[in-house]
Design a protein. Sequence first.
Lengths: 635, 193
Amino acid sequence: MTHPTPDDFDQLRGAFDDPVAPAPSFADRLREEIAMEVTKTVAPADIRRTVEPLRAARQAESVPLTSWHGALATAAVIALVLALGFVTIREAIAPERGDDDDDGALSSATVPANSFGQTSASGTPGVIAVPDVTPSAGFAIDPVVSGGVIGVDGSLPIGPLDVPLSDQLVEMPSPGAPGRDGKSFGYVGDVGFGTNLSQSSLIAYDLATNEQRWVVPIVPRGQIVSDGTTAFIDGYDAVAGEGGLFAFDLRTGVERWRITTPTESGVIREPMSPIVSRGVVYAGFDGSILRAIDAVKGTVLWEQTVPGSDDPAYNDKRSMQIVTFADRLLVVAGGRTLVPFSSLDGIPFAPAILPVRDSASSGVWLTMAGETAIVMISDMVDVPVATPNLMDSYGYEETVIAFNPGSLKELWSWAPERLVRPAIMVGDRMLIAVGTTIYDVDPATGERTVHVEVPSPYPGGWYFAMMRTDGEHAWFAYGTENTVEVFQIGVNGLDHQWTAATSQTPHVYDLVADRGGIRIVSDPGPDYYIPAAANLNETVLPSSTIASDDGMYVPNATPEGRDSSSAEGEVPGSYRSQPTPAATIVDNIIQPDEPSPTTLPDGTPFTPIGEPMPIASPVDAFPILPNEPDASPEA
Amino acid sequence: MGGIAIDMPGRRSAAASPTTATPPVPWFDDALPRIFGYFLPRVGGSVPLAEDLTQETMLAAVRALPAQGPNGELMPWLFGIARNKLVDHYRRHGRDRERAGPSNLDVEAIAEGDTRLPVLDLHAIHTRDAIVQTLATLPARQRLAIVLRYLDDLSVEDVADALDLSLQATESLLARARRAFRAHYLASSGDTA
């Protein structure tokens, strides 16, 4: 059969290309919709315009340092500090967890529901209710761009890490992994997680009984998140020799699925920063691919290459931080590219570029504060500078920028000095610590008031501080030469203060919500643990002392039975032989109904809310307590 | 045949006169009628569908573009988006339309070359309406093939790419589409070849 040339159809060419006016109602509707869309496309320059003058103003007040080596060293350590972010999701009370006895084990009454102040989910028996939101509030993730390794936890010796890391970190005892070396990753519901680094395994244990529930040969590399039935772990399978995202049944440890990713250099991968929301796990793969994964089946629902993830200015330092809001995701890639995605289908929207310098050691921290996206940037300046009030070299520029998470429109920015990250959310309040001042910031407007001044032995603040919250309480901690200082931040100021003497200078790396209390992850030396407030409010005990004779953690244990014969500062691998640095008590309870005092009970000057903190010498402002091995709460 | 309510050039209604509202992007007022005018005949005169696809196209353009527009020519770029949206639409919904497509004619019985379209007065409204109506009666894939090959003046190779067909299959599809179009058009319009 022949096909004659259809000349008769040629006459149609170009005959239907004329404009046709649509209905005005449609045109108006579309005009509005496009206008809204246009507001979401903020050019990168819009962000920089606002931030740069702030920096210029601050630079004008700064004085150059003659030595920048100290700044570099400080920068490296600070970056490492920031690399220790854990996600801890805490339960609403599990239905079956009704420990009503008074045997000292953790009872449901000591675990307040929804302690992260987030919406809780499940009423299904056997399903632990956890927030169905990004873990960007409460115990937040702190991914950083630092020294070639981008991670929420670059300290684990799971492979040929390309930056020097502190060996002491991995030697820390952990009540999260009873009787074993390792570190705690907090808990989900009544399931605690700890690592046994010598065996390259992840241990899940029952928080109430301290019994091991299951163990898998996975070394977690970043945070563990959960939807209440499954634990999603960014980790490395030491047996199979592959890294990726692993899903384990939270109760049984049965592996549900895994998505592994090829690596370019051993087991080094870019952090996945997984989050789980509405039955979907979102995680970054190989630093450049954003995947939405069915939380139950492990099937990839969609994936997108993230713009900016190959930012040449950052070379290997590719990070991906993910938060979720409404039906969208907000992703930071490449250390400075901010990209919104539709969480439903992965459609990307116009990105924005964060004002991050091409720095060898910059930190970017992204979180959601209510309806506002907050980015904190710690940018190492080319020429280290110090402001007159700071005690030492200060080679970082700190910037806080608030965005509309959908449009990326900048809402406000702030260039504070000596920022302590992360900021925390308590309810709808955002607390940001700068130097010795903790500000109460409105995330939407940037309006800030001084919430409290924290006494410090140093005129400019501290080196290694950390502020955390479980949604109900907020803690602030830092180390001095001989003590760990911990403050509980209350509505009206500082509610409690704890001091523990140490023989070394601890750096507070993290505060982890743990069994209703707070655990201070410090280095060097052991962790410190403050149990639930009702039990041992004003005593700080090294976590290693809260151990029974069989080396297992005993909730609510008192220090009487501890072994105090071990050498101070040595941290072997089991509780039985743990060192027992002394606990010294400073009872500084400030009752809410009492007028704000001007001195602490021991005579230490104290500044109430809103009043300037006098700069005092370390001895005057805060006593450095002697190391007293036999000190006890009664003492 | 019953006329289809299509705003054609020169028939712009008063209600559709340009608005005085500030355009959200500089090219909005110029592009909107051209994109809408592109879709309307190509979807068989369905105004709601043309509006949907116009909306998708404009939003996709805004999301992909910096505010000042593309580096090159705007309208060819916009029409490229529009064509992709059209093809995507038929891929999504074509099978349903095919099942529902009206066809009382035994198109297969009409051999290629047996009939031809007359010389059409494409300035006449009723002729344009008849063509659009005829397109609406075709199965979706045939309609899209006609649209891409003739209304959009793509090469057979490009049509094959768009439809994800082999060249041979595309030529076969086009042959069937032409036969069906001729049959439906001639039957409905009363014209003779």
